[in-house]
Design a binder for this molecule. Structure first.
Ligand code: F6R
Length: 266
C-alpha cells in the first residue's frame, strides 16, 4: 500500500499528499475496491459516480488489473458518469462514452445496462427531462456509494463551472445542460484539435447529486491544479470555485493529491 508523504485535515476533508501521482491513483483504486466490497456486503450492489479526463486514467488501469487478477468484479456494480459533451455522439472518439469504454467498460464485467452516461445526442428540448431522469436513476439505485472527482483549473467539479449565483442556489443545482467556461474550452482544445472544435456545452451531474454521494474521492495532480486545490480547500465557500462547495459536506471527502498540486496548501 502506497504511503502519503503528508496527511492533513482541511476544511472537513482528509487530504493525503503523495510524492507520485501513480501512488495516489493506486490508493484511489484500493478505495474504490473497498467501497464496492462494503456496498456489496451491505446492499448487494454498489453504485459509483465516475469521472473522465487525464487524472483518473491510472485509476481505471489499476481497476482493470484487479479485475484481471480476479480480485474485483463489476458484476453487481452500476456506474454513473459525471458528464458528457453536448452535442456528442456516443461513438465519437472524443466522447466520454468512448473514453470510458477504452479505459474501463471494455475490459471488465460491467453490464451494458449498468454503465450510465448522460446522452449527448438527446434533442436539446429534452435535455432537462433526460438530466432529471439521470438523477432519478441514481436515487432509484439508493444513491452513489462513491463519487470520483477531478478538479478543473478553474475549480470546476464535473462540468459545474464557476458561477456568481448565491451559494444556496449553487448547492441545489441538479444535473443539467451547461455552457462550458473559457478555461475548460481552452484545456479541452488539445483533445479536439483546436479550441474551435470543442463543444460549447455539456451535460453534467449537478452539485446537489455530487454532494449527496455517501463518499467523495477527489484527485488532483500537477502544478496546474495547485491554485484550484488551494481555493477549494482554503478559500471561502463560493460558487466561483465549485470545488470549495465540497467543504459543505465535512467528513465524507478525501483528497488524494501530489506534491505539485498541494504546493499552495502545504
Ligand atoms: C471529467 C470532469 C472534469 C475533470 C476536470 C479535470 O469527467 O468531470 O471535471 O475531472 O476537468 O480534468 P483532467 O483530469 O483532464 O485534468
Amino acid at each position: 500500500m502506497s504511503k502519503p508523504i503528508r496527511r492533513l485535515e482541511l476544511a472537513g476533508a482528509s487530504v493525503s499528499v503523495y510524492s507520485k501521482s501513480t501512488d495516489a491513483c493506486q490508493v484511489a483504486a484500493e478505495r474504490i475496491s473497498g467501497v464496492i466490497s462494503k456496498a456489496l456486503a451491505v446492499r448487494g450492489h454498489a453504485v459509483l459516480g465516475l469521472a473522465t479526463g487525464s487524472t483518473p486514467e491510472p485509476v481505471y488501469a489499476r481497476l482493470v488489473e484487479a479485475y484481471r487478477e480476479g480480485i474485483l468484479t463489476f458484476a453487481k456494480v452500476s456506474t454513473y458518469n459525471l458528464d458528457e459533451y453536448y452535442p456528442m455522439g456516443p461513438l465519437d472518439p472524443q466522447s466520454y462514452r468512448t473514453y470510458m469504454h477504452r479505459h474501463l467498460f471494455g475490459h471488465v464485467d460491467l453490464g451494458a445496462n449498468r454503465a450510465h452516461l448522460l446522452d449527448g445526442t438527446v434533442p436539446e428540448a429534452f435535455a432537462p427531462s433526460h438530466a432529471a431522469d439521470f438523477d432519478r436513476w441514481i436515487e432509484a439505485e439508493g444513491g452513489l456509494d462513491l463519487q470520483l472527482l477531478g478538479v478543473g483549473r478553474n475549480g470546476h467539479i464535473g462540468f459545474n463551472e464557476p458561477t456568481d449565483l448565491p451559494v444556496e442556489q449553487v448547492l441545489a443545482l441538479p444535473t443539467r445542460l451547461v455552457d462550458l467556461h473559457p478555461t475548460t474550452i481552452s484545456d479541452a482544445a488539445k483533445d479536439f484539435g483546436g479550441e474551435d472544435r470543442v463543444p460549447r456545452q455539456a451535460l453534467t451531474v449537478g452539485i446537489a447529486p455530487i454532494l449527496a454521494a455517501r463518499s467523495i474521492l477527489v484527485l488532483a495532480f500537477g502544478d496546474r491544479k495547485a491554485g484550484a486545490v488551494a481555493r477549494s480547500l482554503r478559500g471561502p465557500i463560493t460558487g466561483e470555485v465549485p470545488g470549495s462547495l465540497l467543504q459543505t459536506v465535512p467528513g465524507k471527502v478525501e483528497w488524494l493529491i501530489d506534491e505539485a498540486a498541494g504546493a499552495e496548501i502545504l
